[in-house]
Structures are given as C-alpha cells and as structure tokens.
Design a protein. Structure first.
Length: 504
C-alpha cells in the first residue's frame, strides 16, 4: 500500500485531541500527474482519461464539506462503478479527461475538506450468531464472497474462523473475538512491503505476518468464512507508531451489523491499531472496496505512437480544527487485593470495568508497572482487549510479583494503575517492605478462585471473551435443486446441493 503514496503533510496531534474530541476537521489532497510521450514525430493522442479511485468518501461518520479539482487539472466527472462493469471499485471514481492533449505534464487530483465524528456504533441489542444470510440486503451479499486476495474459502482460514467463534451466539462478540485473534497472533511486519503486490490472506495466515492491508484482509477473510459481511477501507490515518507522529497510508475494515431486514450499519474495525467497533477520527476514508488490491488509478487513451508516463499518487492530510468532547465510554475502579506485601511477594490487582453506554463497547486497557514489579504473563497481559455489552460490568485480574532485590531499609509505594486508550484512568497503590508478609503464587491464585464471578467477571486473568460454557453447534443448511425441471423416465437425474455451516 505504501507504493501508492509518496508523501504526507506533517502535523503532530496529541492523544487528547485524537481520542477525546467529538469532531475533527481535516483537509486531504490526492494528486498525481501524467505526461504524453510520443514514440515518433507523428505520435499523437485524441484523448486521455485518468480515473482516480482514491477520493474522500461520504459515510455515516465522515462528511465531505467540499471537494474541488486542483489547479491546472480539468474538472472531474463522477463515474459510478458496478460489479459487472468495474470489479475494482464499487463506489464512485473520478474521471479527468483531456481532449487532444499536449506533451506537457498534465496534473490531476482533488482537495477536500471533511469532518469525522468520533463515536461508537449504535449496537444496543444482541444480534444472533451465526447470521441468517437470507436476511441480508442484496447490496451487502457481495461482501461475504471470496475475492482475489481475500480468499475466505481457503481451508485453513475456514477451519480457524470456525474455531475462533465456536460456541459463540452473539454477533458482536464473534466479530470481536476474530479481531482480537488477528491482533494477538499476526505480527505487524514491514518486511512484506517489499512485495510487488498485497499478499493473499492465506499467505498471511501461513506466515503470521503482514502490514495493515494484509492484517485487515485476513480479518475480513475470517469473518466472511463464517458468513459475516465485511469490506476493505483504504485511506490515511495518524499514527504514533515508533514515534512517527505523522499521517500515513492505512487500511482497516468495516463490518455489517444488520438491525432489521432492510436496515443495518457498517461498523469500523482497525485490527492494526486495536480499535474494535470504532476507529479514531484521524481515519480518513478514500476508498471502499471488496478486495485489498492496491490500484489507485486507471488510464485509457486513444492515439498513435504514444505512451503515457505516470507518477505515483501523492496524498497529503492536514488537521484543521477539533470541536466537542466525547463522553467516557467506561469507568474503571482498581484495587490491590493485598495492601502490604513483602519483597519477592506476589499480589493481585483487581479492576472493575463498567460500560457507561447503552450500546456495546470495546476498549483496550493497560496495566501500568515499574521496574520493581514483574507481570506474571500467564495470569494477565499488560494490554487487554475487552468487550462489554450495554451497561455491563466486568472484573479483571492481574498477578504481579514484587522484586526481591529491593533495599531492606526502605518502604516502597507501588502503583496499581489501569488506564484505557482514551485515558480513562484508575489509580491505587500498595506498599512493600522487608517485614511485610510474602505471598506465594498459589496463595494469590486462590484469591482469584474465591473472588471471580463467572457471570459478571473474568474467572481467568486476561480472559476478556464471552462468559459461561463454550459448546460448539454443528448445524448445516442444505439447499438442493435439479439441473433442469423435466426429465425422461429413464434419464439420469442430476441434482446440485449447496451446504452451508449455520452452526459454530
């Protein structure tokens, strides 16, 4: 995906602006140029069409205020794509046309101003899973089908997808579990950027690595394999990865949530950033597609003895303004179960997380720690992905160990701090001295068994999936039809049957 773009405008943004503003206003430009190159003195062109597939898109949460042609370019014409006519794009593309073009450099592109809303998807009620695909609108059905790169019918992908959602009957949680699996198990690696094209989802699963477009494609493939409609978004987003603090090319997904037969919402998921059921408002959508191909322009011309010399697309994004403030989606309480522990002792950090919204919400939680504290990774990860149903409350646990190399004459005050990506924070402390009791790992594990509530909490530290027993349901929907409607008495009957797994 990097090869599509060549540069980005730098403008450092704070986490507070990104995560806590209700609206962000941005400017984005998508620019390129071409040049006609005659191969003989008689070379000429009657016309050139340059189709730009990247441009600001209007969605439920991204509003385009204005879009204008760049200086020196012809006025664009909107061309609507369809599955039959143009398999690369199902949304409008912008066509720039030159009649009897000169051999000078011909610029084309657009500049747009847009507003992105920071919000959670309005999923207020449970949606049954597996989904009855007969209830999906006609225009959504294509987003459960395999494509060139998103090979969702691959055997390994199908098997894994079924295992991830086995026993789950909540649509939101099934999508969450799939996103969490990709985030946890696929390594974000820039090595695949050297490839000539985006790797297939089956390749990403086999090698367990990829960049944002490949992680996103695998996420979509896993969902489509179990009948969940999902589509591929490309554009730009702001990142502080490895202290970049800049805009960059990016890819993420939208998942379709049916509310009724004819009404549904597309909900964003960014498995690279760990944003499930929402994305931060620096995500600027420039293309919506069913596949992860990286095509950004298409050219057509009529002439004789001429070639086209084309340049890469140059995308620049710039922050303009922010307004409003989002309300906190969660509240956190935290306490160390043991207030005083000795050097080398284990302790239990207990956090209660409440969903303050009447809709589903997902969040990423972090446990702060210092060099004097070691997190026992088998009993809670430092970063946790968590899903909460409307107004739900859950209890999480982390087991930590205090260093046994502290100075005996000191009293240490140690932090028990838990915070979210939006900076919702809970703080507490406990103390440690050489005279305090030392608790073993088994001592602390027994406290979890005595405190955890299997219905409202998390019995195992770090387990943030669905509560209760898990049991698979293996149901098949079978639809058969004869090859033709009439047969002779002695003619061999041919029947075609389609099987679909409706269980999990």
């Amino acid at each position: 995906m990097i090869s599509i773009f060549s540069s980005f405008a730098f403008a450092q943004l704070s986490d507070d602006v990104i995560y806590n503003s209700q609206f962000l206003d941005m400017e984005v430009s998508v620019v390129s140029s071409l040049k006609l190159k005659p191969t003989s003195s008689a070379g000429f062109a009657e016309y050139i069409n340059a189709d730009l597939l990247l441009s600001p898109r209007e969605t439920d949460y991204q509003k385009v205020f204005s879009m204008k042609t760049i200086a020196g370019a012809p006025k664009y014409q909107k061309i609507g794509g369809t599955a039959e006519v143009d398999k690369l794009d199902y949304k409008d593309k912008l066509r720039f046309t030159w009649e009897n073009p000169s051999t000078e450099e011909l610029p084309f592109g657009v500049t747009g101003t847009l507003r992105v809303e920071n919000r959670y998807a309005p999923i207020a009620a449970k949606i049954d899973f597996p989904l009855n695909i007969d209830l999906l609108p006609e225009q959504v059905l294509k987003y459960i089908l395999p494509t060139k790169n998103i090979d969702s019918t691959d055997e390994a992908i199908s098997r894994l997808a079924s295992n991830i959602v086995q026993g789950e009957d909540d649509y939101y949680k099934a999508v969450f579990k799939t996103a969490k699996w990709v985030k946890t198990n696929i390594n974000y690696s820039l090595d695949t950027l050297t490839a000539e094209a985006v790797q297939k989802s089956s390749w990403v699963l086999e090698h367990r690595e990829g960049v944002c477009d490949e992680l996103t494609a695998l996420f979509i493939a896993l969902l489509r394999s179990v009948g969940v409609p999902a589509r591929y978004l490309s554009g730009v987003a702001y990142t502080n990865w490895q202290n970049m603090n800049d805009w960059g090319p990016h890819a993420w997904a939208e998942v379709y949530f049916p509310i009724t037969k004819d009404i549904g919402v597309w909900v964003p998921y960014d498995v690279t950033y760990g944003q499930f059921g929402y994305v931060d408002p620096t995500h600027l959508i420039l293309r919506i597609n069913d596949d992860s191909d990286s095509t950004s322009t298409k050219y057509e011309w009529r002439g004789k003895n001429v070639e086209l010399d084309t340049k890469k697309i140059d995308v620049k994004a710039k922050f303009l303004d922010n307004s409003g403030k989002v309300i906190d989606n969660i509240a956190i309480d935290v306490e160390p179960v043991k207030k005083e522990v000795g050097f080398g002792s284990y302790n239990l950090i207990k956090a209660t997380v409440r969903n303050l919204l009447p809709v589903y919400t997902a969040t990423e939680l972090y446990l702060a720690k210092t060099s004097d504290i070691m997190l026992i990774e088998d009993y809670g990860e430092q970063t946790l992905q968590l899903v909460l149903t409307p107004n739900e409350e859950k209890t999480l646990y982390w087991i930590v160990k205090v260093s046994d190399e502290l100075k005996r004459d000191f009293i240490y005050t140690l932090p028990a701090h838990v915070y979210s990506v939006t900076n919702v924070t809970a703080r507490s402390t406990y103390t440690s001295t050489a005279r305090d009791p030392v608790y073993s790992l088994d001592d602390i594990k027994s406290l979890i068994d005595g405190n955890a509530d299997g219905k409202t909490g998390t019995a195992n530290p770090g387990d943030t999936g669905a509560d209760g027993d898990v049991s698979g349901r293996y149901d098949l929907a079978i639809k058969c039809a004869p090859a033709k409607t009439e047969y002779y008495v002695d003619e061999e009957l041919s029947v075609e049957c389609k099987l679909r797994n409706t269980g999990n």
